[in-house]
Design a protein around this ligand. Structure first.
Ligand SMILES: Cc1cc2nc3c(=O)[nH]c(=O)nc-3n(C[C@H](O)[C@H](O)[C@H](O)COP(=O)(O)OP(=O)(O)OC[C@H]3O[C@@H](n4cnc5c(N)ncnc54)[C@H](O)[C@@H]3O)c2cc1C
Length: 464
């Protein structure tokens, strides 16, 4: 598509009055996300750049950008904060990057819901909600720079998922609005089940303009860090906390001691050399939390509310959880990477310990607990000291042999990672919303095989 010469100056003029960014250095910056966590993706994507960035401030301006892209057959990549880990927001074929961060209004806060523009930052949404007694049901640890549109289009779960499930679970996304890429882009409303057709579709099948999400009453959360002599006991305590009906929690993570050595900002606050459990627990349940940790053989080293945390100059506890754990290590050593593994039986701490012993010195375990469809699940996001892809795939095989599943973090195809098979409902909506296939080209392998079919014929494949 980029082989034909495009007059980008002319395109920028046609986009007016939409703000555009034309400086090559800034365009390059906005062509990247956090794919560099993966040395494999880094080699594949580091030289992929867009040609022009547009920053619409309203859905009308966004529609104008899409109409111009349609008229000139321009590849288009939607971009929020650019914090995705799989190169979701990297333009593989150049073209127009549409950054949504100027579409950031919080439109409505009501009983159990919030309605926002797609480019609103999640930290801003949470701040507005907390002032009114609510909070987001879940959010990623990147909330300071990540947008709600990017989370819905590219993310899956986060802080809060241990209580409220994954993003895709019924009731978490109440509705979406999205624009098609046509001569005159149409804004469609996707309610409830239908909203899932755009969720985790990586911006392939529509430009999300507005999101309505479930919210939950806020609580007086205490950031807790407990430590243990063995990782087996630490994991078992994590599972016990995740299962507990008596203790409220919106985060429950366990991290091997070797990883904790890479957290300099916690030095002096934690007992050295011990394995770490990270949690957010409401103040009224702290006594029960202390009792649980003691019963599991650990000690609570740190328990701070937000004011106390700030006074001590310590980051949020969730900056030592989810993929922030990996980031803390990468800050010190770029030879680290990670992978995503589902734990076969999350209640089996012995199996986790056996795997830890079997997998090798280049793999350091880190688990997150969440609730999916009402069941507690655990997944391992280990630090892996990368040598080459052959060794990475050996590690994957060791995990599989121990009954764990692999959601590959080292692919930029939407079908390659957590989403194992082609999602033909996503692709049917792509045909309806983006008939020319301009949105995020190259990210779906399956699209290339069905793009010639009608939307209904693509959808029929979902039933096969
Ligand atoms: C340190 C770290 C921790 C993380 N923790 C988590 C976590 O806990 N949970 C989790 O799920 N993810 C996590 N992530 C991944 C990522 O931060 C989140 O998914 C985040 O919500 C993405 O938002 P963003 O605005 O940065 O999206 P981007 O990276 O800008 O975009 C993500 C995808 O969404 C598409 N997109 C963006 N805006 C729109 C729109 N308006 N319409 C249509 N498509 C759009 C993009 O094209 C891209 O495909 C983490 C990443 C890092 C680096």
């Amino acid at each position: 598509m980029t082989e034909k010469q495009t007059d980008w100056r002319g395109i920028a003029a046609e986009l007016a009055p939409v703000e555009v960014i034309e400086e090559p250095v800034l365009i390059k910056k906005r062509s990247r996300d956090f794919f560099w966590y993966s040395p494999i993706l880094n080699a594949q994507l580091k030289k992929c750049f867009g040609d022009l960035v547009a920053r619409p401030a309203t859905s009308g301006e966004l529609a104008q950008c899409l109409a111009v892209a349609y008229a000139h057959d321009l590849p288009v990549v939607l971009r929020g904060g650019g914090t995705g880990n799989y190169g979701q927001a990297v333009p593989l074929q150049g073209g127009l990057i549409i950054e949504t961060t100027a579409m950031n209004r919080i439109l409505e806060i009501g009983e159990g819901f919030v309605r926002v523009e797609a480019g609103a930052l999640m930290a801003d949404i949470n701040a507005a909600l907390i002032a009114r007694g609510w909070e987001m049901a879940m959010f990623p640890s990147t909330q300071d720079i990540a947008t709600i549109g990017g989370f819905v289009a590219g993310g899956s779960a986060g802080i809060g998922s241990i209580a409220n499930g994954a993003l895709r679970e019924k009731g978490n996304i109440i509705s979406l609005k999205a624009l098609s890429v046509e001569e005159a882009p149409q804004e469609r409303v996707f309610d409830a089940e239908e909203a899932l057709q755009l969720h985790h579709a990586w911006g392939l099948n529509g430009a999300i303009t507005e999101v309505t999400l479930r919210t939950v009453p806020t609580r007086d959360w205490i950031g807790c860090m407990a430590t243990f002599d063995s990782y087996r006991d630490c994991y078992a305590a994590g599972y016990a906390l995740a299962q507990s009906e008596a203790i409220g929690r919106k985060l429950c993570s366990t991290v091997e001691a070797r990883i904790v050595d890479y957290f300099p900002r916690l030095e002096g606050h934690l007992t050295k050399g011990r394995h770490l459990l990270v949690a957010l627990v409401p103040r009224e349940d702290m006594e029960a939390f202390h009792a649980l940790i003691t019963a599991q053989g650990g000690t609570v080293d740190l328990a701070l509310d937000d004011t106390e945390r700030r006074a001590k100059g310590i980051p949020h506890v969730f900056e030592f959880a989810y993929n922030h754990t990996t980031l803390q290590v990468l800050k010190a050593d770029r030879t680290a990477t990670y992978q995503q593994y589902g734990v076969g039986d999350p209640s089996d701490a012995e199996a986790v310990a056996r795997l830890g012993a079997a997998v090798g010195e280049d793999v350091w375990q880190h688990h997150e607990f969440a609730r999916v469809d009402g069941r507690i699940v655990a997944f391992d996001l280990p630090i892996i000291w990368f040598t080459d892809e052959t060794r990475l795939r050996q590690i994957d095989d060791t995990y599989r042999a121990h009954g764990f599943s692999v959601a590959d973090a080292h692919t930029y195809h939407v079908e390659g990672g957590g989403l194992k098979n082609a999602d033909y409902r996503h692709l049917a909506w792509k045909k309806r919303m983006d008939p020319k296939g301009l949105l995020n080209p190259g990210k779906s392998r399956a699209w290339e095989m069905v793009r010639h079919l009608s939307a209904d014929d693509i959808e029929a494949k979902a039933k096969d």
